[in-house]
Design a protein around this ligand. Structure first.
Ligand code: HEC
Length: 130
């Protein structure tokens, strides 16, 4: 009996550990983060360049949410330097937000970027140094 409970508990723990991005819709559901992406200095640097040209206007050159266009936006742009943002999200969620935008906010979707460019942006945003 005890053994059965323990096994059930282990299974549910295992499921919750890998289901964090299960609620993302297709084709983002089960998205695989490229191996080594988050540690890649090249990906971060590529992401930084894209960020400065396309995103800094709202999110700020330091990625702190203080871009020149933030005044007058209905929702303030996210501050990516906040560690609680970094730990509260996942690479797949960030990828999804960039691709599809955030509904009900001024954050547009960026489908013009390739998959690789979008992952570069994810690597940059999730790095600790902007
Ligand atoms: C027109 C202003 C604007 C531009 C340009 C813009 N954003 Fe945003 N972004 C926002 C706003 C506003 C939000 C909503 C804040 C929130 O999440 O509640 C947001 C949210 C996000 C989020 C979701 C954060 C989260 O976890 O909730 C990500 C990721 C993001 N932006 C990345 C980018 C990237 C990458 C670019 C450039 C390719 C970009 N944004 C360009 C305004 C902008």
């Amino acid at each position: 009996m005890l053994r059965a409970i323990l096994i059930a508990l282990l299974i549910s723990l295992g499921l919750s550990a890998c289901s964090e991005d299960r609620d993302l819709p297709e084709p983002y559901h089960g998205l695989k983060v490229p191996p080594g992406l988050l540690e890649s200095a090249v990906a971060r640097e590529n992401g930084r360049k894209l960020f400065l040209t396309s995103c800094a206007l709202c999110h700020g050159e330091k990625a702190d949410g203080r871009g020149v266009r933030r005044e007058g936006l209905s929702t303030p742009p996210r501050d990516f330097t906040n560690p609680s943002w970094r730990t509260g999200t996942t690479p797949s969620r960030v990828f999804f937000a960039i691709r599809e935008g955030v509904h009900g906010t001024p954050m547009p979707g960026w489908k013009s970027f390739s998959t690789a460019q979008t992952w570069d942006l994810v690597a940059f945003l999730l790095s600790e140094t902007h």
